[in-house]
Design a protein around this ligand. Structure first.
Ligand code: SAH
Length: 397
């Protein structure tokens, strides 16, 4: 029996232009949300038509999401199967192979890799998959078949627990889709070996996005004293220690993350120079400052302070205060790295909060580097808001 024809959704007048110019989404108020469209199961693959009936491509569609249609391919009738995913993933992996010597990276970064709402992190032969759109969730069997065929992974972990899933009306859960995973996996970054837990760790188990900044900071650390605030499993701390830092303190509130960091320090033979401290970062900064502690390098890479737009003002005050405390702990002539992963905070607003924090601390300095995420987290040019990560590295007087 022939398959039923692919359903079509219709753009309202005046809304085709943005898509024609390369934007990958149509919002629900830009579409004719008639009974037929509303009845489509979330995640259906549809043809997207303009007012004149001309097709703009095929998309995954979710009538319950503000981002109702996400373009998958230019061909309205493209077959979305294992082969489709294979082609997309081959392009994604070819890019990463250029960037990195070893297979530890974000393998697919959503719209920028033409896989809307999908993130995949690669830990050698273990993959962690995050489907954040109803369409990708429905297409998981085809995706998993492609991953199996291409990588023969030891295990594939489905991290279907990201908060973004609630916008798409999806359940949140974590499972091992195939293979067996009986403990943490390794991550290799420029000669350093870390342990990460793709099942129970935060996000997919590892923050690949700060990799380039970790290299930069390791270089600046020299033989100095380093304070890594919001350290997770010691991403910055261990790079600095491996590069020769004589004393490294990592602070985080997650016991599990610190425990993995301690094990990683041993793996790299730098445990004697590293200390892992479980504490709330602001309280620990205040305590260290009161004790007169100073470090040659201070890193502050916190979780998002602005999870929604209405948190913008208090969140910016948070970045300002964080900068003030971290600057106080930075020795004269030392380096300060501050970051924000809040997509609701514009780079300029973040820079302004940092400037004020420095002034509050009575410190002056210069910005050496403004950075975003590493290039295995590419950005779709039409979605500047997807550039969530920003950081500044300063040298203070
Ligand atoms: N710098 C890390 C990533 C940091 S993610 C890397 O390179 O891998 C943010 C971290 O902040 C998480 O590990 C989380 O456990 C920790 N965290 C969140 N709130 C905190 C708080 N109030 N005090 C200390 N740590 C906190």
């Amino acid at each position: 029996m022939p398959a039923p024809p692919r359903p079509s959704i219709h753009l309202l007048p005046g809304h085709a232009k943005r898509l024609r110019h390369g934007h990958p989404w149509a919002y629900s108020n830009e579409l004719r949300m008639d009974a037929e469209a509303k009845a489509l199961p979330p995640g259906s693959v549809v043809r997207v038509l303009d007012v004149g009936g001309e097709a703009l491509g095929c998309a995954i569609f979710n009538p319950h999401s503000l981002i109702a249609a996400r373009l998958l391919a230019d061909d309205p009738d493209a077959v979305i199967d294992r082969e489709f995913f294979r082609a997309r993933l081959e392009a994604a992996v070819a890019l990463r192979a250029r960037l990195f010597d070893e297979p530890y990276y974000r393998l697919a970064h959503a719209e920028a890799d033409r896989l809307p709402g999908l993130a995949i992190d690669r830990f050698g032969d273990v993959l962690a998959v995050q489907a954040n759109s109803a369409g990708m969730d429905r297409l998981l069997p085809e995706l998993l078949a492609a991953l199996d065929e291409m990588f023969s992974p030891r295990a594939v972990v489905l991290r279907s627990d990201s908060p973004a899933r609630t916008h798409e009306g999806l359940e949140r859960s974590v499972s091992v889709a195939s293979g067996v995973l009986d403990g943490p996996v390794e991550v290799h970054e420029d000669g350093v070996r870390y342990l990460a837990d793709p099942v129970a760790g935060q996000k997919t188990g590892w923050y690949f996005d700060q990799r380039s900044s970790r290299s930069f900071i390791a270089r600046l650390s020299g033989e100095g004293r380093v304070l890594d605030l919001y350290s997770y499993s010691g991403g910055f701390a261990l790079r600095a220690a491996a590069a020769g830092a004589r004393h490294v303190v990592a602070v985080d509130r997650s016991e599990a993350a610190l425990a993995l960091g301690e094990r990683s320090a041993e793996l790299n033979g730098v445990a004697a120079r590293c200390r892992f401290v479980r504490a709330e970062a602001f309280a620990e900064m205040a305590r260290l400052a009161a004790d007169g502690e100073r470090y040659d390098v201070v890193v502050a890479d916190p979780p998002s302070f602005v999870k929604s737009r209405k948190e913008l003002k208090p969140g910016l005050r948070g970045y300002r205060k964080m900068t003030r405390l971290a600057a106080t702990l930075t020795a004269p002539g030392g380096y300060l790295f501050v970051a924000s992963c809040s997509h609701n905070v514009e780079p300029q607003a973040f820079a302004e909060a940092v400037r004020r924090g420095l002034a509050d601390a009575g410190r002056s300095g210069r910005v050496l580097r403004a950075a975003g995420a590493a290039p295995d987290h590419p950005q779709h040019p039409a979605l500047p808001e997807s550039a969530y990560l920003k950081s500044l590295t300063l040298r203070l007087d």
